[in-house]
Design a protein around this ligand. Structure first.
Ligand code: GDP
Ligand code: GDP
Length: 455
């Protein structure tokens, strides 16, 4: 049916934009100081460079959204890597492995003014083994005189070096055109669900919350199948574990077991592992140490999973250690700190005693069901019609914006497009989201609502 103020084409293109599946992932890897962060800033169009001179600056965010020539993708920034954690070669290799594992294509940055070093050669080996498409970025080619330096990098055997100045922007457009050719339309790693493979779970949480203990508990006692699936690179390993009669794929379990992240100063490594695992998973089980105050780091990990649009379960671990007083304060903290994810199913577990392990699978199933829920357009509009009649948007400047109609453009997570006659205030949008959840469930899943306003 024709909707007032919108033509069919406009509606279609809006739905296509909102209904996009998960975005393909681009990793930017290379030695320290070759200009990775500068390049990432350029790609994502950040105005001011956030290149930090301070060594060892911890950054939690490693994945950003970018767009070039109308195509959207994610960029994994490995620039915050601390080179001294494992020794330079090992750390660059480990960083690259993680990033490559999570990526659909890779930009390998080399400093053309320095030329290819042994460390660069080591990364080339990893890239070969991973078999992902690679765009070779010959950086710091600030002017035509640097082109010859760039040409020297043919010797790496990765095809044509793209001469770029990340700092000034020279050549980045041509490089991004190559990136788009290398990137698939949709991430390869997500068709597991579509073809009915095991559901993918990321077990995440800050260091020492009990991830490896929990994994050992579930894999050790209830394991029927444990398969080490060799990934495309050596380290990150997915494990098949049978729980409650179903086989699940716990992604990137090697990163949990290896414990490298416990070394001092390796917070960034932990963030990178979390981001990689979340990208590969359908559902995130976020472990929180219930014996300690909910921390900023817990919040950031939750934000990562929400922003990635994953189904989510919160598991409060170490429940065996809680006394009555701590339980009281924990509930207050959950109310005040985690109110924004009150929709996530919650389990109170102990990886040590095995308490409530049997509740984990039902919670995961609930979250996945919410994540895949689709509301028929007819039902949605009946609901919206009633909602708008009962709770109209406040009048602003003599006008009253109205939701005209809506539709669900996608699932995993549910994405809605609302067409409105005027700008909807944030408070009203939140109200609509709350009511949508009350009406249709969506337990355990973020939901995304975009509003298209008639001009
Ligand atoms: P990362 O460690 O690989 O993330 O490298 P950064 O992005 O932090 O850059 C390291 C240094 O190289 C910084 O001082 C940058 O300003 C500089 N740099 C980055 N890209 C370029 C470039 O294209 N040309 C020049 N001349 N300097 C650059
Ligand atoms: P990870 O860094 O998240 O993998 O955490 P670990 O599994 O290594 O656990 C960190 C510490 O917490 C270890 O000393 C564990 O024995 C302990 N731990 C893990 N789960 C529990 C639990 O449920 N109860 C208690 N009391 N301790 C736990």
């Amino acid at each position: 049916a024709a909707q007032e103020g919108f033509d069919a084409e406009e509606v279609q293109s809006e739905l296509a934009a909102a209904g996009h599946g998960p975005l393909p992932v681009l990793a930017v890897v290379g030695r320290p100081n070759v200009g990775k962060s500068t390049l990432v800033n350029r790609i994502i169009g950040r105005r001011e460079a956030v290149v930090e001179d301070r060594p060892g600056v911890t950054r939690d965010r490693v994945t950003y959204e970018a767009e070039w020539a109308g195509r959207r993708f994610k960029v994994v920034d490995t620039g915050g890597w601390e080179q001294d954690v494992l020794g330079i070669d090992a750390s660059v290799a480990a960083q690259a492995e993680y990033a490559i594992e999570a990526a659909d294509a890779v930009v390998f940055v080399v400093d053309a003014t320095v030329g290819a070093t042994d460390t660069d050669e080591a990364v080339v080996k990893l890239l070969r083994r991973a078999g992902k498409p690679v765009v070779l970025c010959a950086n710091k080619v600030d002017g035509p005189s640097g082109e010859a330096d760039a040409a020297m990098l043919w010797s790496l055997g990765l095809g044509e070096p793209m001469p770029v100045s990340a700092l000034h922007g020279r050549g980045t457009g041509d490089m991004l055109d190559e990136v788009l050719k290398a990137l698939p339309e949709a991430p390869a790693q997500t068709f597991g669900a579509a073809v009915g493979g095991p559901r993918r779970i990321a077990l995440i949480g800050r260091p020492n919350v009990g991830k490896s203990s929990l994994l050992n508990k579930v894999a050790g006692e209830e394991r029927v199948v444990v398969n080490e699936l060799a990934g495309t690179t050596r380290d990150p390993v997915d494990e098949l574990i049978e729980l409650g009669g179903t086989t699940w794929k716990f992604v990137d379990t090697a990163g949990i077991r290896k414990r490298v992240h416990l070394q001092e100063g390796a917070d960034y490594y932990a963030s990178l592992r979390t981001a990689a695992a979340v990208e590969k998973a359908e559902v995130a089980v976020i472990l929180i140490d219930a014996s300690e105050s909910i921390s900023v780091q817990d919040q950031r990990i939750i934000t990562m999973a929400v922003e990635a649009g994953r189904a989510m379960v919160i598991a409060y671990n170490k429940w065996d250690t809680l006394d009555e007083e701590r339980r009281y304060y924990l509930e207050r903290e959950i109310e005040t700190e985690l109110g924004q994810i009150a929709w996530a199913p919650r389990v109170n577990v102990s990886a040590r005693t095995g308490r409530h392990m049997e509740k984990l699978v039902p919670a995961i199933e609930t979250a996945l069901a919410g994540w895949e829920t689709r509301v028929p357009t007819g039902r949605l509009n009946a609901f919206l019609g009633e909602l708008v009649a009962a709770h109209p948007h406040p009048i602003r400047g003599g006008k009253q914006p109205r939701i005209l109609f809506g539709t669900q453009a996608g699932t995993k997570p549910p994405r809605f497009v609302l067409f409105a006659s005027g700008f909807l205030e944030a408070g009203y949008r939140r109200f609509v989201e709350r009511r949508l959840r009350e009406e249709f469930g969506f337990e355990g899943t973020p939901i995304h609502i975009s509003v298209r306003v008639r001009e």
